[in-house]
Design a protein around this ligand. Structure first.
Ligand code: ADP
Length: 773
């Protein structure tokens, strides 16, 4: 049927020729929102797309009329009837788009519209006949997935397009049921799988809207509950894991070998595991609160101190202390349990104490093992020490101090004290304090007490004892051997012989005393001549003042003599001190020349014989040879001979005799000076050559002295390569022997200097200056 455009058409239309748009009226433009340019020239197929009709129909396929939904450019939904009219011209058609009266959705569902715009829940409205999405808010579109999340794409599409599977799906069944029965559907936590979003969960309300007795629209209200579900699922899973872990933990706690106890802030126990129940006899006694078990148990610390209630581990934990490996000894009746205790306070988020955990490990077995091991090690060590030590060692049992072991050295020592002891085996088992000499017993007990109290080594300084008839000095060490719990298991006594050290010490003390004496002596020696010289000068001054010099000639002569004598004395002292210092520092030198030693000695004897006679004594020279040339320092030889003669005079009485002999022996020359004076005690013979040594001053002597002379003599003899020795008997006299090597030195310019007699007299005067006139 051909249709001729005769009247003014007010309905929107488009005109096509060969399926291409060749014309639209203004109403059509108004209806669709597209401009003429956007429309003219497009194919009907393209126009169907633009108006999102393509899921319903392609305009080209409409023969007469077709009810459907189109969408404007701005995505508004319009329910329309499209009428097709064929025009007279070949292949030209007119399509009228007639909007149905009162069909606009936005005017229909006021409540829904509000919800749509609020966008709090996802809302999509479909037409019931073919389930095409007519409108939706952004939330709904978002739930359709990335590709469909814009109205331009999603509107006009069938629901089947959005879902992963539609045909045969549960969703289709539900939707079709709503369409067919007109009954709403409410689904909670429905698992949805979209093409783009994957799996998620929704609460879905599918509500039919009925018009004229027929289901016309379907409103789908969707709330995304995925997060909630996942959260719930994960918390369910966590809860399950926690529950499982708790069960496992409970089983572990219950079955662990350590005792575990948990208590609350009031000190009431909430948990005891099996080990704790067994250890603390929980089943048989009533333990509810901290300290309840005190009636059965007593608790001690490692120092064996009773632990007070307030200091029990649980009490300390309540106070906030953390315990790590706190060792405790628990005693019930006769049994002892050692435990290492760990304690931890537990706090809530606000830092309040909510519970305390105590974990006790029974270490009794370990301690016993350690103890055995320690004792064994100590025992082995002691045994090998006692056997191998080069010191006297004894082992004493504790507390009865019986000798349990003794090495050979200690046995020898004890035998020295108590010769009646016959063998080592007879000593074993005897009480140590009985064996020690009586004088030792008190101090032994004192030191053992010291060892017991302080649990540390005690030394007895040194003690003089007489063993095997000899004086001995010993030091004793009392060493307690302490068990693992700090108790003394035995005492080891070590005896150290310190006799040599003590004697050396006494010797040093004696030397010091001697030096003090020497200084006092030297001071006296210096002061005496100086005083004489000083008072002489005062006398002279007085005589001068009185003009009485002439009247006091005899006195003046004496004063001059005494002044000179004292000057000699000073000279001797000073030169002796200087020479001794030179010898000690290695600067003393001999002025050697080949001399007739017989002559030197005879000459010096001759020079002093008159002086000796003036002292009521006699001096005799004898020799077996007239001449013996040896290399020597004449001055020094004269000095030592004079020194020996001077000593002989000093320690002899008038009437006594002095013999000076020179003997030419094989390879040596022996010079001896012998007197029959007071002699020297045997025990002093060794010391008189030492520096500053003088035999007890209380002995009668008619001279002064510094104790340097013999030391100097010995040094000079030794510098000549010779030796000096003394033979003496108290009350009988002394003999000093000098042995010089009898050798001459060939390349010496041997000019025998005939020294002036004056200088020799001077030397005699000096050397004899300390003999009382
Ligand atoms: P000093 O200057 O005191 O005499 P010496 O070194 O010459 O010192 O002598 C040391 C000590 O040796 C003397 O003090 C004296 O006790 C003793 N002594 C030395 N010679 C004799 C002797 N011939 N007779 C007895 N005692 C002597």
């Amino acid at each position: 049927m051909k249709y001729t455009l005769k009247r003014k058409i007010e309905e929107p239309f488009l005109q096509s020729k060969n399926s291409i748009i060749i014309g639209v009226n203004n109403e059509f433009i108004k209806l669709t929102g597209y401009s003429k340019d956007e429309l003219i020239g497009k194919s009907l197929y393209e126009i169907s797309f633009m108006l999102r009709l393509n899921d319903q129909i392609c305009i080209d396929n409409i023969e007469n009329d077709y009810n459907c939904y189109m969408f404007t450019k701005s995505c508004e939904t319009r329910e329309i009837t499209i009428l097709c009219k064929y025009l007279e011209h070949e292949n030209e058609k007119m399509y009228f788009f007639k909007e149905r009266v009162n069909s606009r959705i936005e005017n229909k569902f006021h409540v829904i519209n509000k919800l749509l715009s609020e966008n709090k829940v996802g809302i999509g409205i479909y037409n019931a006949s073919n389930l095409i999405l007519l409108t939706a808010n952004q939330l709904y579109l978002d739930l359709l997935g990335e590709y469909y999340d814009r109205k331009e794409i999603a509107l006009g599409k069938k629901i089947s397009e959005f879902l992963h599977i539609w045909e045969g799906s549960k969703a289709k069944e539900v939707w079709m049921n709503v369409v067919n029965t007109g009954e709403s559907f409410y689904g909670k936590e429905i698992k949805i799988q979209t093409k783009n979003l994957g799996i998620y969960y929704i609460d879905n309300n599918i509500i039919p809207v009925i018009e004229a007795g027929k289901v016309k629209y379907i409103i789908s209200i969707v709330e995304d509950v995925t997060e909630k579900i996942l959260l719930r699922k994960s918390s369910e899973k966590t809860e399950k894991i926690i529950k499982q872990q708790k069960e496992e933990l409970d089983a572990i706690i219950e079955n662990m070998s350590n005792s575990l106890m948990i208590f609350d802030k009031n000190g009431s126990y909430t948990t005891f595991n099996k080990s704790a129940r067994d250890t603390f006899l929980i089943e048989s006694i009533n333990v509810n609160k901290i300290g309840d078990s005190l009636k059965q148990y007593r608790y001690f610390d490692v120092n064996k101190q009773l632990i007070a209630y307030e200091n029990l581990p649980a009490k300390r934990v309540i106070k906030g202390e953390k315990l790590l490996g706190y060792r405790m000894v628990m005693k019930i009746n006769d049994s002892v349990v050692y435990a290492d205790v760990n304690g931890t306070p537990i706090y809530d988020n606000e830092g309040n104490f909510i519970a305390g955990i105590l974990c006790c490990r029974d270490v009794t077995g370990k301690i016993k093992h350690e103890e055995d091991l320690l004792i064994k090690t100590q025992y082995n060590f002691l045994n090998s020490m006692i056997d191998n030590l080069d010191l006297p060692v004894l082992r004493l049992s504790y507390p009865d101090f019986k000798i349990t072991d003794i090495n050979q050295k200690a046995y020898n020592f004890v035998k020295g004290l108590k010769p009646e002891i016959k063998s080592i085996s007879s000593l074993k088992g005897q009480n140590y304090t009985e064996i020690m000499p009586d004088c030792d017993k008190v101090s032994v007990l004192k030191h053992i007490r010291n060892v017991l109290e302080k649990k540390e080594t005690s030394y007895i300084k040194y003690r003089s004892i007489v063993a095997s008839g000899k004086e001995m000095f010993v030091q004793k060490i009392y060493q307690p051997i302490v068990g693992i719990n700090g108790e003394i298991t035995e005492i080891v006594v070590i005896i150290i012989d310190v006799t040599k050290e003590i004697k050396d010490k006494l010797h040093v003390e004696e030397n010091l005393k001697m030096q003090e004496e020497f200084l006092a002596n030297i001071t006296h020696e210096l002061k005496t001549p100086l005083n004489v010289i000083f008072s002489s000068s005062q006398l002279f001054e007085l005589y001068l003042k009185n003009n009485s010099l002439g009247d006091n000639k005899d006195k003046i002569r004496k004063i001059i003599y005494s002044t000179r004598q004292n000057c000699y004395r000073l000279t001797k002292l000073i030169s002796n001190i200087v020479d001794l210092s030179k010898i000690e520092s290695g600067f003393f030198e001999l002025n050697l020349s080949n001399e007739n030693i017989v002559y030197i000695v005879e000459d010096i004897v001759q020079s002093v014989s008159e002086y000796v006679q003036s002292k009521g004594m006699r001096i005799t020279f004898d020799t077996n040879s007239e001449e013996k040339i040896i290399a020597c320092d004449t001055d020094k030889i004269e000095r030592i001979i004079l020194n020996l003669i001077s000593n002989a005079i000093k320690f002899s009485e008038p009437g006594d005799e002095i013999y000076v002999d020179v003997f030419d022996k094989d390879g040596t020359v022996e010079i001896s000076v012998k007197d029959n004076g007071i002699g020297i005690a045997k025990d002093c013979l060794n010391i008189i050559f030492e520096r500053f040594k003088q035999v007890d001053k209380s002995f009668a002597r008619n001279a002064e002295g510094s104790g340097i002379g013999l030391c100097l003599v010995k040094s000079i003899v030794e510098l000549h390569g010779g030796k000096i020795r003394v033979e003496s008997k108290l009350g009988k006299g002394s003999k000093f022997n000098i042995e010089l090597p009898a050798r001459a030195i060939s390349n010496l310019n041997n000019i025998h200097k005939n020294r002036q007699q004056n200088s020799k007299i001077e030397m005699v005067n000096i050397e004899f200056s300390d003999i009382y006139s």
